[in-house]
Design a protein around this ligand. Sequence first.
Ligand code: HMG
Ligand code: MG
Length: 284
Amino acid sequence: MPERVEIFEMGPRDGLQNEKRAIPVAEKIALVDCLSRAGFRHIETASFVSPKWVPQMAGSGEVLAGIRRAEGVRYTALTPNLRGFEDALAAGADEVAIFASASEGFSRANINCSIAESLERFAPVAEAAAKAGVPMRGYVSCVTDCPYDGAVPPSEVARVAKALDGLGAYEVSLGDTIGQGTPASIRAMLEAVLAEIPAERLAGHYHDTAGRALANIEVSLEMGLRVFDAAVGGLGGCPYAPGAKGNVATEAVHDRLLSLGYETGLDRDVLDEAAAMARRMREG
Ligand code: HMG
Ligand code: MG
């Protein structure tokens, strides 16, 4: 039996959050419903952030209310603070995610506070998630390069990843937010993080701006990671990371994993359908 590698689908959240056109809730629901047939265990569906900061995610509650839930799929949501967590819980998110940065410049630009302040803000979210029995994931952004501060030291990534792990994140997803990581810089970063957290509790979240995401996934596989974030059709980008292009495309990751002898549990035909839908949404 080939070993399974999990793809954590990002399309409806990281994929769409940067789109300029106000995408109707019904289109988002249709995309999630299509993705629900593909075999994912996780679909990032919503984001309970300030609508002033990310207008595209304003209808997140309606999206969660309108989807047809498939068995075995966790519909996840970003939660930057306690208010976001409470809204996510009320809307029926199965899992939440807190998100910090390994660089001060991006932390300020994205969530308007320092790294230390963000970790303080996440503590009550972590506490509330544990109390409610809701699984919580953690993201570290800018794990190799920051659009404001330049190269990011691996030791800083390890420090922030360890802090999220310490808050109770079941998995820490390592974000190459602007897709500038290289196999060498990803390797150096992972060596530092793996000294603190085992590979079973890490994921790779690579944007494909420079076309190196698949190579970076291969290095991460060699180092033991078995979960990767991706978005159908290569949708995406972060509004506070100038130049950030899409997440690596789910269908490309799927194909590469199969060619390397892994399995993903995903239905390629449904991925194609979802990718076509995602591209139409982008074109408007
Ligand atoms: P702030 O302005 O410092 O905080 O924002 P605030 O508490 O003063 O709130 C500002 C306004 O937002 C207030 O409204 C609040 O009520 C409201 P006003 O009084 O002005 O009318 N507000 C909220 N509304 C709805 N839901 C909430 C919420 N909280 C406050 N939860 C804040 C701080 C964190 C809220 C803001 O900076 C924010 O929402 N940032 C989110 C940015 C974001 O979503 N970025 C994209 C996701 S991260 C990403 O893509 C990277 C990732 O993919 C990994 C990678 O690639 O690296 C995960
Ligand atoms: Mg991202």
